[in-house]
Write a protein that binds this ligand. Sequence first.
Ligand code: NAD
Length: 458
Amino acid sequence: MGTDYSNEIKGFLKIHRDYFETGRTKDVDFRIEQLKRLKDAIQSYEGEIMEALHKDLRKPPFESFATEIGYVKDSIGYTLKHIRGWAKGQKVKTPMVHFGARSAIHPEPYGTVLIIAPWNYPFQLMIEPMIGAMAAGNCIVLKPSEYAPHVGKVMEKMIGECFDERYVRMIIGDRELATALVNSDFDYIFFTGSVLVGKIVMEAAAKHLIPVTLELGGKSPCIVDKHGNLAVAAERIIWGKFVNAGQTCVAPDYLLVHREVKEELMQRLIMTIRKFYGDNPASSPDYCRIINKKHLKRLVNLLEQEKIITGGNYDLDDLYMAPTLMDQVSWEDPVMADEIFGPILPIIPYDDLDDVIHRINQRPKPLALYLFTENREIQDLVMQRISFGGGCINDTLSHVASPYIPFGGVGASGIGAYHGKNSFDLFSHHKSIMRKTTKFSIPLAFPPYGERIHWLKK
Ligand code: NAD
């Protein structure tokens, strides 16, 4: 018999609901004060967070700062700069038929939102959505991944110290707890994780008609056309693939390269791996580890020795797998079945771009797509003909780091998008209000209608 979490969850949901009801979180000054408090807390916990990221994933301090800590600090700064404007709402036009009325859209918080995060960027993927939820004026319950326990513990301490627990709380637990949470009566669920669990979350939420955002994964292609700048492409692909040892939702999952430039690109990719991580990446301070043995074993099963052109070695005790390139891969190989989520890059040559487009379009819509080419027509063609969450031309990953563009998937890679103002909008219900005058009435809509239908039709 597992633990029954339902009474505990009901209990704290009531506490959040009562607190929300007081209206405190709706006050923009309150939201600003809390966001500043969060920023200060992150500043003072910076060392502990970095240490925890190192323990969980052996993240180098540079990556921890650039992709997790510094990233969310910038995001809080951006939110603080714009929050008053976003929260003010918007006056909009009113049709002439409602002469004398005014219309406006008022963003309002949903209530208590649940945020579930994965283990790969365990700090950023928890705090980034939280910033949007706070900015919009919600109460928040945070559930981190059990697979990054050190980061989970530091965040729990930081959140506990920083906020009134009627407003924000973090609960640590296993999948049973997660299941109980998504089956509870939250006002919104924001989930980041796998497609498989995303489906479970959506099904559970549907029972209570709870709106959801699903930030999922999938196989994100990277295409290198014969007109691509190969020197630039090699560096940007190796960086995007092997940062966090390939455990990045938007990592280029597989590489499609025009046959004419394949050999040259492969040589450059191999050289770049050496340049970034040295002759033995296991001893590089800049190379992460796989989250746990189970995931490493899953990755090992994807290796086909005769196809490996560099890397392929691993160490189960050290949770290490070398940056690995696999050549002569076909679309039917096991490595092409599911999201790799690790440091293996399969390479498939192509002759015909149309065929590549067709094959990608036959698969679930990817979270990201990257295209390397200097040819503008090819850029336009690929952008128009393939549907994907977001991506880059002549780079990888960078689109995720801009608050000016929404980040999210499409189809099987997710529902909804956040970052910057999109985060504020995502965690707000946009309430439409028409304010009418009582000084006069034009009672055309009231019965008896007589022959008025003729006016309507004119
Ligand atoms: P996961 O789906 O296994 O777990 C994610 C979270 O869901 C964890 O906190 C876990 O405890 C919780 N969970 C597990 N079972 C649950 C259930 N039945 N009900 C509710 N919650 C449950 O994913 P993961 O292994 O932590 O992360 C890897 C996946 O996440 C990859 O597919 C990756 O592409 C995706 N991802 C997506 C993004 C994005 O922004 N789109 C970012 C990072 C990771």
